[in-house]
Write a protein that binds this ligand. Structure first.
Ligand SMILES: [Zn+2]
Length: 206
């Protein structure tokens, strides 16, 4: 099953390595003011199927070293999804397991992942309502939609990237693909008046 990989310590070490790579890339770019970035990681208390060792609980982040700027720069992450307290892979997997031809029951998932029903419903709302509206997805879909069919978020994404239950590279690619939405800016919804009006509620789903 897909969730077994998420209980594997080496999976989280693997994701941490990707986060370090993403952080190095951000650091190399420096601050938009031209200043240098210094490490200013902060500790989070992520929830997930297993407790992460302390060194993996840090959100990698930087601070500009120039007086008058001192801007915080937080690179994208494959472990943390925005401010969500649960690890990103859990937010993807639990929501995906509620979808498809044989959806798992909410009761089952609350036990398996130690997540309450309300949170599961909130995630559903996030994937159904919020995610498709993000600028990130509006750009990404042009690249992905010709390659695979989107039926449900996030299940369609999971199936497109992760081929087998222990496909950690697939997970790495999926979470890296989603990593722009792991920063607050990436989750913004750009409101523009030149788009057609959104479909009526009843039209959204078959
Ligand atoms: Zn700066």
């Amino acid at each position: 099953m897909y969730h077994e990989l998420l209980s594997d310590a080496s999976f989280w070490a693997f994701l941490f390595k990707i986060d370090r790579k993403l952080a190095d890339e951000s650091r190399a770019k420096g601050c938009s003011c031209g200043g240098r970035l210094h490490a200013a990681n902060y500790l989070r208390k992520p929830r997930g199927p297993r407790a992460l060792p302390k060194e993996h609980r840090y959100r990698l982040s930087f601070c500009c070293d120039r007086d008058g700027c001192r801007k915080r720069v937080t690179p994208p992450s494959v472990r943390f999804l925005g401010r969500k307290i649960y690890l990103g892979a859990v937010v993807v997997l639990v929501a995906a397991m509620r979808q498809g031809p044989t959806p798992r029951r909410v009761d089952e998932l609350t036990k398996l992942f130690k997540v309450d029903r309300k949170t599961i419903y909130r995630w559903r709302e996030f994937w159904n309502e919020h995610f498709p509206q993000t600028t990130f997805w509006k750009v990404a879909r042009a690249r992905l939609v010709p390659v695979f069919k989107v039926v449900d978020f996030p299940r369609s994404l999971l199936e497109a990237f992760v081929r087998t239950p222990d496909d950690r590279n697939g997970w790495g690619n999926l979470l890296e693909f989603l990593s722009p939405i792991s920063t607050t800016k990436g989750l913004e919804i750009k409101v523009s008046d030149d788009r057609e009006k959104p479909a009526e509620d009843g039209d959204r789903r078959p």
